[in-house]
Write a protein that binds this ligand. Structure first.
Ligand SMILES: Cc1ncc(COP(=O)(O)O)c(C=O)c1O
Length: 488
């Protein structure tokens, strides 16, 4: 090992049974040592198995998988030789990534141009009701203009409207429990600032919403990942991660999770809330996408399903960005009145208060929320179908499972080439985010692309054509620098 290199040891342990449940079973029914190493590598690269996780003892894994101990030893040796595991006497063997495996992320939010199709942002256009809402807000503005216009908790009318909506959806809420913020993003930053200190642990889904992960890292928090796969959340793994690390916070997107689109069954939410309560962990529930229910009825608020007594430890975050428009910059926190007051103190140090005009527009939009949502969901269904058809036509080898809601397909490319493909795609006129942007650990989810279906239907044919052109003739040139021979 190179001198001076920082070697991180394991900070969590995975049992043999847990690891076995996360591995894709071998085609032959039983693992050989190469297949086992390949399966562990694959699970690591797509985020099912976290980085720096202690692998089970060889004897234990051999027993669970019904293979010989030599098979497991051989697999661990291969993983070590290729940099996907490290070990030290007495500390066991833990997952790692080879040096140089961290891909560079694409730049954030460049201004859109006519030439580039932007498949990186999952944000819809404003509803047609915006003009009407603006006119209504303008007419109401003089009523507020005689006062200074600072409302650190949010405009009383908007707090009341948000509280009413929670109540109607099954979670009785008073206006004092709402803090209006500059989008859900500010809500998240405030909650992290309030509850998290540098060095604190925060549990997060893997993959997860990039800007939330960046905010956690930016605060110097240590992120403990738990996987979300096509089959959703694994309660046992979340429970074990909570017990092993007792994080200060857990950040969840249970409703149409970004980027996978999965919906957490409410019974599972109840169990997770119970587990979080046992470790004194604050649950930060991001419900930004909750109204984007395309194939299922809109879920009840997580905190309602979590059961009586749990409310105090749950902070919910919401937004009008997906149901109405991101350009409004209106989101909120729903928590106990005490927590709302504490968060507001922090908020004042950031921006004093939100814009009165924007909040009046938000109130006017909320008066029309049912028809806006109806049209939004219809539109997303049509766009999801158009995207799926275009991809199937031009990129038949790509795979995805259609999510019940949300705004994105989480595409499986079959090979870990997403960062390189995204870079090439930009040259072909498509901006798209590789899966690594959503991974807790750099270098993972490299075989995934997130493609939103928030653009008009007619765009997808051209977008898929360009993506296919970016891929065309390139497979040989897409190199996986860390691809060991035994994987081929
Ligand atoms: C899960 C999630 N949370 C928060 C946000 C940020 O929302 P806002 O525009 O309200 O700040 C987004 C936007 O993409 C999101 O997907």
């Amino acid at each position: 090992m190179a001198e001076g290199r920082v070697v991180h040891t394991a900070d969590r342990t995975l049992s043999g049974r847990q690891l076995a449940s996360l591995l894709t079973p071998p085609p032959e029914g039983r693992f050989g040592y190469r297949e086992l190493a390949r399966a562990v590598r694959e699970a690591l690269l797509d985020g099912r198995v976290a980085l720096r996780l202690r692998l089970p003892a060889e004897r234990e894994l051999a027993q669970v998988l019904e293979v010989s101990r030599t098979t497991v030893t051989g697999a661990y040796d291969l993983l070590r030789e290729s940099g996907y595991a490290h070990s030290r006497r007495g500390a066991g063997t833990w997952t790692a990534l080879p040096d140089g495996q961290a891909p560079t992320a694409l730049g954030l939010y460049p201004e859109a141009t006519d030439e580039v199709i932007d498949l990186a942002l999952a944000s819809p256009q404003a509803p047609r009701e915006l003009a009407e809402a603006l006119a209504e807000a303008a007419a109401e503005l003089p009523r507020f203009a005689g006062a200074p216009g600072y409302h650190p908790y949010g405009l009383p009318e908007l707090r009341a409207a948000v509280a009413e909506r929670y109540t109607a959806r099954g979670l009785p809420t008073r206006p004092e429990q709402i803090l209006v913020t500059t989008g859900a993003q500010q809500a998240l930053s405030l909650v992290l600032a309030q509850f998290g200190r540098p060095g604190d642990r925060v549990l997060a889904e893997n993959p997860s919403y990039t800007n939330a992960l960046d905010a956690m890292r930016g605060r110097g928090m240590r992120v403990t990942p738990v996987p979300v796969t096509e089959s959703g959340w694994d309660t046992g793994l979340v429970d074990a991660a909570l017990r092993q690390t007792a994080p200060r916070l857990a950040y969840l997107i249970p409703d149409f999770h970004n980027p996978t689109g999965r919906l957490m069954p409410r019974e599972q939410g109840r169990e997770l809330a119970r587990a979080a309560r046992a470790t004194g962990t604050w649950l930060v529930v991001d419900e930004t996408l909750t109204e984007m229910a395309l194939d299922v009825p809109p879920p009840a608020p997580f905190a309602a399903a979590a059961g009586a007594g749990a409310g105090e430890q749950i902070v919910s975050v919401g937004s009008l960005s997906k149901s109405c428009w991101g350009g409004l910059r209106v989101g909120w926190v729903r928590a106990s009145a005490r927590v709302v007051t504490e968060l507001t103190r922090t908020r004042v140090t950031a921006d004093l208060s939100g814009s009165v005009l924007d909040q009046l527009v938000a109130v006017a939009l909320m008066r029309r929320l049912e028809p806006i949502l109806h049209a939004r969901v219809e539109e997303l269904r049509r766009r999801r179908e158009a995207l799926g058809l275009a991809l199937a036509r031009h990129l038949p080898e790509w795979r995805w499972s259609v999510p019940p809601g949300g705004m994105c397909l989480w595409i499986d490319l079959g090979r870990p080439v997403a960062t390189q493909l995204a870079a090439r795609a930009l040259r072909h006129g498509v901006r798209v985010e590789g899966g690594a942007r959503f991974g807790v650990d750099p270098g993972t989810h490299e075989h995934r692309l997130r493609i939103p279906y928030t653009l008009p239907e007619e765009v997808y044919e051209k977008a898929a054509e360009r993506l296919a052109a970016a891929l065309e003739g390139a497979p040989g040139r897409f190199s996986d620098p860390a691809l060991p021979e035994w994987v081929a």
